[in-house]
Write a protein that binds this ligand. Structure first.
Ligand SMILES: [Zn+2]
Length: 388
């Protein structure tokens, strides 16, 4: 069954060979979808016939957002902590323990309901691929449970046993790292594609460079690919470790030295910026312009989580990237689609070349520029194209 989508005022393909600029923009365009994949893109006047037709009536269409960093398996919320922070309390990662306690106490049904609700909320805002981390269980059983649940809704599952040192291991980080790299990794690896560490020597709750290296090296030996929470609160060793170990992505990149930027520019690791976190913790934003000027591949993601940033909106992150990090609308939209795909090493999403997954987002607006131009307005959603 094939479907022709017509009436596209502006089609963002992320394929510069078929359209204008880095986003490969076509105007008055059409796209044909067959068997869940893009079969054809081009001018509406040259569109081939298809079994069915959807007219989007002069709207813009772009690849669905690829949100490459999210923490969606949890119970409870931290609205009170947010309020305290907005009243002057500092964020240091310590509130994660609150969510760990609530998550351990929750049933599978409660966690699954919350998780599915958040994924639906994301899709309703144009996100068609999402990476989901564990990290609020922090026992062998609870981490494996989080990943089993996450795997029900995405192939992009990430084992984050090294999120924080749980309270029962306080002062015994080495013992906890032995648990994470031993029985916990063994129980979690079958349900995970990635392994991640909150590398942050500036937080009393997170992990230093040596522990990060130990966890990532063990994860790789268990067949997992690497990503790192790096340089969020200080210019620690996370970014350089990520590049050295060939991680797909270094996430946050808020505090960078010259050596960090050089390492990113010389390696294949994507710098994933999470400006919703700086917004929600009232912190200085990453220097996106410095990274872009150095030629680093930049992605944008939400970091949706109950503590430091509880937004599921990629459009909001695009608006922040433009307003607060001085990315152009073109750079921000690319980073939220193709950039996210690069951060997940997914050649099949984040663009609309023939062969790509038919993951489309549609705007109630004629141009992708409206994503940043109309902040906070719900103009973007995933476009459902029936494939049977
Ligand atoms: Zn995170």
């Amino acid at each position: 069954m094939s479907t022709l989508v017509t009436g596209i005022a502006e089609l963002v393909t992320n394929d510069p060979s078929v359209g204008e600029g880095p986003l490969g923009v076509l105007t008055d365009a059409a796209i044909v979808v067959a068997d869940g994949a893009v079969a054809w893109v081009g001018p509406g006047s040259a569109a081939p016939a298809a079994d069915r037709r959807i007219d989007v009536g002069g709207r813009a269409v772009l690849p669905g957002f690829v949100d490459s960093h999210a923490h969606l398996v949890f119970a409870g919320d931290r609205a009170a902590e947010f309020e305290a922070r907005m009243s002057g309390a500092r964020y240091d990662g310590g509130g994660i323990g609150t969510t760990v306690a609530a998550t351990r106490a929750a049933s599978d049904e409660v966690l699954r309901g919350r998780l599915r609700g958040l994924v639906a909320e994301m899709r309703a805002q144009g996100t068609t691929t999402v990476e989901i981390k564990s990290g609020y269980g922090l026992t062998v059983e609870d981490e494996a449970r989080a990943l089993r649940l996450a795997a029900e809704v995405t192939p992009e599952t990430t084992f984050l046993g090294a999120h924080v040192v749980p309270a029962e291991y306080a002062g015994r980080t080495d013992d906890y790292v032995a648990l994470v790299t031993g029985p916990m990794l063994e129980a979690c690896a079958p349900h995970a594609r990635w392994i991640d560490v909150f590398c942050e020597p500036a937080s009393a709750h997170a992990f230093d460079g040596d522990a990060t290296r130990t966890v990532l090296t063990a994860g790789r030996a268990a067949g997992l690919d690497l990503r790192v929470h790096a340089n969020q609160l200080s210019a620690g060793p996370g970014v350089r470790l990520a590049v050295e170990l060939g991680a797909a992505s270094a996430d946050h990149c808020t505090h960078l030295t010259e050596a960090d930027v050089d390492a990113l520019a010389g390696g294949s690791t994507v710098a994933t910026l999470l400006p919703g976190v700086e917004f929600s913790t009232r912190s200085p934003y990453p220097d996106a312009r410095r990274l872009l000027a150095a030629g680093v591949t930049v992605a944008l993601a939400t970091d949706c989580n109950p503590g430091s940033c509880f937004t599921s909106s990629m459009a909001f992150c695009v608006a922040l990237a433009v307003r607060e990090m001085r990315m152009t609308p073109t750079e921000a939209v690319w980073a939220a689609t193709a950039g996210g795909a690069a951060a997940l090493r997914r050649p099949d999403v984040g663009h609309l070349r023939p062969g790509a997954r038919a993951d489309l987002a549609v705007l109630d607006a004629p141009s992708y520029r409206h994503l940043a131009y109309r902040p906070g307005v719900p103009i973007v959603r995933a476009l459902d194209v029936p494939d049977r």
